[in-house]
Structure formats: structure tokens, C-alpha cells
Design a protein around this ligand. Structure first.
Ligand SMILES: [Zn+2]
Length: 518
């Protein structure tokens, strides 16, 4: 394992106005797969998620329930944390913006920007969308409503502090041009470049019409308004500005901020400009993925078309849910969610292709030679093609993960599994077993398939981490962690004498009759 290679990945901090849905689950599972993959390849990984707990919408929702805002967010955030445990998320930290460790950093940065003249006070009148926590100028409204969500907006007049975004627009454009990978995918980058070129307005960064926020340190009538508060989580969680800032020094700048495409703008315009103004390095990459759509459009509470990931986990298991989400979302593209597609995909790939290859190989090895593998003979016939693909697949998966494309990485792993299934048909061990002369060939064939199963198990680990603990005992390798590493992905790792076990099916088929019964 190389040392000194660090990797810092974040999800957005989610807003606890309600429980999370399958779209949020996708973002977090995708970040988790990337974090696990990087750990497996030897990186020192930091993986952060959390919750964005301030704002007028929370204050109002709590009041309606007769709770304090803190009581209200505590309950919902406990639900977030339960969901992430249920989805096998391996985050190293969970930041809440109501924590002191966060609030102090936000105030410190706000003070710095004010002291250097990048934040100033001015009268303000604008149209405010509470659900989106966004101000709009008259000209940006869509038929008098919020141009993002279509809901009614309120006219707000108040004194506010403003952040001089416009001052940094030129520097930001240059940064985006000089760093072609900064915003991914490219379609998102093009959108952001034209957005910045259309002119940046100074940003309202404080409010006086509600209290549920971090006070402006030098003017307690104001609370710091959403973006400076929320975005700063990515460094406050690392201890930026504190006596012990070793995590900040080790992990910042972030390697990936991962999120759905609707908040890419805040992360590629507002956040970099806050960092530039504060004199801090910018994140290396911001990745915006597409939406998981339902018939009838984007999932939202107000449309009543929300899919609860906990229900799916109960029904199909966490690995099935993770596999479906990761396999079905190509980079940057919107995808329609359907439970039928989940069941079909999981049955096809995990039960039929991977699960059956395990079951057949282990059963044959036990039937023909009590499961005990022997060293394989020289490659012949279809061996060559199988070994070639086995050698090509790990670097292919590496390249696809670097392109932030877990869906294609999984497709590549399953292509190798599919090739091994075809190899069994071509070599027909059940025929070889009838001829004592062909005993060596029989050993070779089943060794080769077992080795493909080992490689596939290692490679699929970041995506479906619950699967390898069931797979290793079938391969007789549960006590060989050295053969579970990314570095072990070279042909011929399984030692002669390893005993394959017959066991429960690795991944039983989902009965399609279960579809639709809640
Ligand atoms: Zn809105």
C-alpha cells in the first residue's frame, strides 16, 4: 500500500425538512462506492456527509409542529443517520451545521470577508422563494413564480449583507478554463460557463426576518444566510481554523464534491468564490449527476411521488438496492426509476450471472474432486480469451472509476462474469469429468473459473460490500485477506489446495411475484 495518497470525497449536506428519498440515496451510495474503491486501491480516504440544518423553512416547519427547530432537526437527522447505516455507507464523519465546530468556522470566514471589504451592508428588496431559500430579481421570475420550482415567491425588503461575487467572476472563469476536469460532466461545465458569463450579481448573505441560523458575529440582528453557512461544512468538518487543523491540512482540497445537478451552480460558483476570497485552495472536482426520475417527473414531496429507500432495503436487501442504483445511472444522465427495473437488473446480473457462476462452479468442484483445486495447466483453447479479459478488466474498472462512471465499471465486471459463464459452456466440465484422461483439464477449467470469481468478488466489493463476506467462504478464501485486495488482482492468486465449498446460493433470485406487494 502506497502511503501519502489522500482522497477526500463529500456528498451534499442534506436538508432536514423531510425524510430523504431514493434520489438522495443514490448520491450517497455513489460517493460511498467511490470512497470504498479508493480505500481498496490504497488511498487514505476521508468521506464526509451531513445535514444542513438552518433556515426559515426549518423554523416554520418546527413551529407548525410545536417544536423547537433543534428538536425538529434532531429527529429528522437521526433518520438520515439510520438510512446511511442501513445502506452500508462508510462515511468517516457526519457534519451538522448546528454543531459548534461548524458555527465557529462560518463566523470566522464571514468576519474575514467583511474585514477585507468583500462583504458589505446594503438595503435589499427582492423576491424570495422559501422552499428553495433563494432570492430572485423581478426579471428572473417565471410568470411571477420561482423559476426553479414554480412556487409562489414573497416580496422581501430588508437590510442585508452582500458578498461581492462579481469581483471574482473573471478569476473563476479562468480557473474553469485552466482546469477542464473541475466541473464534470462537460455538459454541466458548459452550463456554468455561460451562467457566469451572463454576469454574477452580488449575493445576499444575511437575513433579519428569521432567527434560526448562525449570527453575524459583528451584527447580531442578522443571521448568516444559507450558502456561506452550508458550503463551509466541507472545511469546518476538517477542523479548518481550529487549534488542531491536521485533518484540514491532510485532506483539503477535496478531490470530489458529488451532488445532483440542481446544486452544481452553488458548488461551482458561490463556493469557489468564497474560497478564493478567503485565500483557500479550490476543490479539485465538482461532479453533478442526473436525477432519478419517476413517471410524472422529478421526485418531490409536494408531488407525492417519493420512493423510500428503507422500504426497498427491507424488501430486496441493501446490496440489491445499491447495485441497482449504481448500475443504472450513467454519468450526468437522468434515469427513470422503476421497481421492475430493479428486480430485473438484480436477477439478471447478481442472481443469474454472478450467483449462478458461483453455485455451478462450487457444486461441480465438490462433485468431481471434493472441491480441492489443483494448479492449472498451460492455457489452451478458450482459456486464452478468458485470461486476456481477466487481465484487461481491472485497469478498465480503474479508468471508469476515474471517469466517475460506476455504472460502466459494474458493466465491465459483469462482462468478465458473463465470459466465464460462456467458458463453462465451451469447456463443458461435466463431459471432461466422464473421461479420467481429462482430469488435468477438468482441474484447469474449474481453477480458471474460481479465479474469475475471486477477481469479480474483489472488484465488486466497493459497490455491494455485503456480498464478499458471503462469497469468500464459498471460495475457501475467508482467511486470505491478502487475496481480497485490489493489488491482488493478478491472475493466479488462488493457491493449489484451496477448497471450494457448496453453500447457500450467493444471491437468490427475487420472486417477481413480490413486485407491487407493499
Ligand atoms: Zn423555488
Amino acid at each position: 500500500m502506497e502511503t501519502g495518497k489522500t482522497f477526500y470525497i463529500t456528498t451534499p449536506i442534506y436538508y432536514p425538512s423531510d425524510n430523504l428519498h431514493i434520489g438522495h440515496a443514490y448520491t450517497t451510495v455513489a460517493a460511498d462506492a467511490m470512497a470504498r474503491y479508493k480505500r481498496l486501491t490504497g488511498y487514505d480516504v476521508r468521506f464526509l456527509t451531513g445535514s444542513d440544518e438552518h433556515g426559515q423553512k426549518i423554523e416554520r416547519a418546527a413551529r407548525e409542529k410545536g417544536q423547537t427547530p433543534k428538536e425538529y432537526v434532531d429527529r429528522i437527522v437521526a433518520g438520515f443517520q439510520h438510512l446511511w447505516r442501513s445502506l452500508n455507507i462508510s462515511n468517516d464523519d457526519f457534519i451538522r451545521t448546528t454543531e459548534d465546530r461548524h458555527k465557529r468556522v462560518v463566523q470566522q470566514i464571514f468576519q474575514q470577508l467583511y474585514d477585507q471589504g468583500d462583504i458589505y451592508k446594503a438595503g435589499y428588496e427582492g423576491w424570495y422563494c422559501t422552499p428553495c431559500e433563494t432570492f430572485w430579481t423581478e426579471g428572473r421570475l417565471a410568470e411571477g413564480n420561482c423559476p426553479d420550482c414554480g412556487r409562489p415567491v414573497e416580496l422581501v425588503r430588508e437590510e442585508s449583507y452582500f458578498f461581492k461575487m462579481s469581483k471574482y467572476a473573471h478569476r473563476l472563469l479562468k480557473h474553469i478554463e485552466d482546469n477542464p476536469d473541475f466541473i464534470q460532466p462537460v455538459s454541466r461545465r458548459n452550463e456554468m460557463v455561460s451562467f457566469i458569463k451572463s454576469g454574477l450579481e452580488d449575493l445576499c448573505v444575511s437575513r433579519t426576518t428569521f432567527d434560526w441560523g448562525i449570527p453575524v458575529p459583528f451584527d447580531k440582528k442578522h443571521v448568516i444566510y444559507v450558502w456561506v453557512d452550508a458550503l463551509t461544512n466541507y472545511i469546518s468538518a476538517l477542523g479548518f481554523g481550529r487549534d488542531n487543523d491536521s485533518l484540514y491540512l491532510r485532506y483539503w482540497p477535496a478531490d470530489i464534491h458529488l451532488m445532483a445537478k440542481d446544486i452544481v451552480r452553488f458548488h461551482t460558483v458561490i463556493w469557489p468564490i468564497i474560497l478564493m476570497a478567503a485565500g483557500l485552495p479550490l476543490p479539485r472536482q465538482v461532479v453533478g449527476h442526473g436525477f432519478l426520475l419517476l413517471e410524472g417527473g422529478k421526485m418531490s414531496k409536494s408531488k407525492g411521488n417519493v420512493i423510500d429507500p428503507l422500504v426497498l432495503i427491507d424488501k430486496y436487501g441493501v446490496d440489491a438496492v445499491r447495485y441497482y442504483l449504481l448500475r443504472e445511472m450513467p454519468p450526468g444522465i437522468d434515469v427513470y426509476y422503476s421497481e421492475e427495473a430493479l428486480v430485473h437488473r438484480v436477477n439478471q446480473d447478481l442472481a443469474n450471472d454472478l450467483g449462478n457462476l458461483f453455485n455451478r462452479s462450487c457444486a461441480m468442484a465438490n462433485k468431481y474432486f471434493q472441491g480441492e483445486l489443483q494448479a492449472p495447466g498451460a492455457p489452451e483453447g478458450p482459456d486464452e480469451e478468458l485470461l486476456e479479459l481477466a487481465a484487461e478488466t481491472p485497469p478498465m474498472v480503474e479508468e471508469l472509476m476515474e471517469r466517475r462512471d460506476p455504472a460502466s465499471a459494474l458493466a465491465a465486471i459483469l462482462r468478465l462474469v458473463g465470459r466465464a459463464n460462456k467458458y463453462l459452456e465451451e469447456t463443458a466440465p461435466w463431459t471432461l469429468a466422464k473421461d479420467p484422461e481429462k482430469k488435468d483439464r477438468l482441474y484447469t477449467v474449474l481453477y480458471n473459473v474460481a479465479e474469475v470469481l475471486r477477481l469479480a468478488t474483489v472488484m465488486i466489493t466497493p459497490f455491494t460490500p455485503g456480498l464478499p463476506p458471503r462469497a469468500w467462504p464459498l471460495l475457501g478464501l475467508e482467511d486470505r485477506p491478502d487475496l481480497h485486495t485490489w493489488a491482488s488482482l493478478k491472475w493466479g492468486g488462488i493457491p493449489a489446495g484451496t477448497v471450494l465449498k457448496k453453500g447457500e446460493p450467493l444471491f437468490p433470485r427475487i420472486d417477481t411475484a413480490s413486485l407491487g406487494d407493499e
